[in-house]
Design a protein around this ligand. Structure first.
Ligand code: NDP
Length: 285
């Protein structure tokens, strides 16, 4: 058996087309606005921010970019975030991580207004996610749900096993799957019998950060395998957390790397920004 390949590029394009249409239909109102805050010259961060701005342009989201020097102080970043919080053109604020050492990341993330926290990292939004209330949800886990639903994969009643418990992927993905009535198991580096637990999954999400860690023997025949991992190999190529070549012979559906979860993350950021503009309009902000 060869698994169906879940095409994240196509599904992300469909999400962007939907957003673009909606923004075009609401031309009379102010367009959604996204501000990206970068501190320092991290090349990967610069590429991410450039891609995000390009995608904003594609769908009609107004975007701004602020780059502070590597040695910027915490108060400089807080001052910028405060200005963006008060700017009515801006509906989403994205602080590109990682931040330099002298800056307390949590303090910055919690300074972003929860109403503009399109990354879903503010504690208010973390709480709302756990309580299954409307709020902003981190983009990568939201992208996983979009991939599953666009591919017609049933979540209700499925056993979802997530390997990885980070605040930005594993934990929020677990909440989203639980709220959609999956039975959820979260695994991590101290989990015993990992292979056995993974092989019970109907939906297996790998968010580990170790290239090709999930092998064929850890996957149930016909399972859906979502590979979140992005790992740079010594030869410069990218690899996921799943050994795609062997697992594709056993899984029912699988996401490739690149071209699976990755493109969804930016698409969901745009979707959250549009959602923020709608909430802001409804509340007369
Ligand atoms: P973290 O490093 O924050 O978390 C990794 C998790 O994997 C931890 O919970 C860790 O367990 C667990 N883990 C590590 N080793 C093992 C092991 N041997 N067995 C079982 N569990 C293990 O990573 P992130 O969640 O931020 O990212 C995960 C991957 O996803 C990375 O490759 C990252 O680049 C990628 N990523 C991709 C995105 C996208 O847009 N596609 C977005 C975000 C991340 P413990 O908690 O016990 O240490």
């Amino acid at each position: 058996m060869t698994a169906i390949q879940i095409d994240g590029k196509r599904i992300a394009q469909a999400v962007r087309d939907r957003i673009k249409k909606e923004i075009e239909a609401e031309r009379s109102t102010r367009p959604p606005g996204l501000a990206a805050v970068l501190v320092g010259e991290n090349p990967a961060s610069k590429i991410y921010v450039r891609n995000k701005r390009r995608m904003c342009e594609e769908v009609g989201i107004y975007s701004e970019e602020y780059t502070l020097p590597e040695d910027a102080s915490e108060s400089q970043v807080l001052e910028l975030v405060g200005r963006l919080n008060a700017d009515p053109k801006i509906h989403g604020i994205l602080v590109q991580l990682p931040l330099p050492k002298q800056i307390n990341t949590r303090r910055i993330l919690d300074a972003v207004s929860p109403d503009k926290d399109v990354d879903g990292f503010h504690y208010t939004n973390v709480g709302k996610l756990v309580a299954n209330q409307d709020g902003f949800v981190p983009c990568t886990p939201l992208g996983i749900i979009e991939l599953l639903s666009a591919s017609g994969i049933a979540i209700q009643g499925a056993h979802a096993v997530i390997v990885g418990r980070s605040d930005i992927v594993g934990k929020p993905a677990a909440c989203l799957l639980l709220h959609r009535h999956a039975t959820v198991t979260i695994c991590h580096s101290k989990t015993r019998n990992l292979a056995e637990i993974c092989s019970q999954a109907d939906i297996l999400v790998a968010a580990i950060g170790r290239p090709r860690f999930i092998t064929e023997n850890m996957v149930k025949a016909g399972a859906t395998v979502i590979d979140v991992g992005i790992n740079r190999l010594p030869d410069g190529k990218l690899a996921g957390d799943v050994d795609f070549e062997s697992v594709k012979n056993r899984a029912g559906a699988i996401t490739p790397v690149p071209g699976g979860v990755g493109p969804m993350t930016i698409a969901m950021l745009l979707s959250n920004t549009l959602q923020s503009a709608k909430w802001s309009e409804q509340q007369g902000r």
